[in-house]
Design a protein. Structure first.
Length: 267
């Protein structure tokens, strides 16, 4: 596509907005893929559970053994997942420019695993790779690394001791913004540091020729942000990468209707 090639060649900086579709080619289920969710967590179909009901802070406090059966299995899947080739090609493209930044709702950590700088990745919903106190008794987070809990896959409950807060001993939880969370229950301060970095990055690059990628985004909120930031920069081109057809086309947006890996590997 001549227009895309020209936009890539002329871009001075790249801004990426990435949703769950970015990880799909690495074998991770998107939030909207109900059958994929049941493939990864087969018992939940029988129990009439879904992603929304399991990613709930109320569920955690009501039955921590059951909730941690989900979190531990999710952590295993995400930890074992490998960034697909599209991540590598996208990183190469970013490094060929003057600057880049990634804003993602994904909690799987694959951008960092692929080599993107942690200072240039804003995980707006947190990360499965960090824990926090469930109360929380303090506003700090710590690495999930080293947890090894045994799950009874007939009940999806943890059989042994749950991961606990090192300060108060109460059950810990992933530092992910869950359904039902408030500013008090979710330790948001770590993510806020990257919010500040993103604001500084926008100001520094406001007048550069900007290429904005909206990749694998299903949530309307993140779509709105990608369109909004197109207006923030003085000269920006928006490229949408998604196999799903967008119901509304915006101006001269470049639309690549394919999976992420297929979109970036040829570049």
């Amino acid at each position: 596509m001549k227009k895309l090639t020209t936009s890539i060649n002329e871009a001075e900086a790249i801004l990426i907005f990435a949703g769950a579709g970015m990880s799909a080619d690495s074998g991770l289920t998107t939030y909207q893929d109900k059958e994929g969710f049941y493939r990864d967590y087969p018992l939940y179909k029988k129990l009439n559970k879904n992603y929304v009901s399991m990613m709930s802070c109320q569920e955690l406090l009501a039955d921590s053994q059951f909730a941690w059966g989900y979190f531990a299995h999710q952590y295993k899947l995400y930890s074992e997942a490998l960034p697909h080739e599209g991540y590598k090609k996208l990183l190469e493209l970013c490094l060929s420019k003057e600057d880049y930044f990634v804003v993602t709702t994904n909690v799987d950590g694959l951008f960092k695993k692929a080599g993107f700088s942690a200072n240039c990745v804003h995980e707006v919903h947190g990360s499965i790779h960090n824990l926090q106190c469930s109360i929380p008794c303090h506003r700090n987070i710590w690495l999930t690394e080293g947890i090894n809990v045994e799950i009874d896959y007939s009940t999806m409950k943890v059989l042994d001791t749950l991961p606990c807060c090192p300060k108060c001993g109460f059950v810990s939880r992933p530092n992910i913004c869950m359904y039902g969370d408030t500013d008090d229950s979710y330790v948001w301060e770590a993510a806020d540091e990257n919010t500040k970095r993103f604001k500084e990055w926008r100001k520094k690059n406001q007048h550069k020729k900007m290429l904005i990628f909206e990749i694998g985004v299903g949530a309307e909120g993140l779509k709105r942000h990608s369109r909004m930031y197109r207006e923030v920069f003085s000269d920006a081109t928006l490229v949408r990468v998604n196999p799903e057809k967008e119901s509304i086309e915006y101006g001269d947006m470049i639309n690549i209707q394919t999976g992420v890996k297929d979109a970036f590997v040829p570049l």
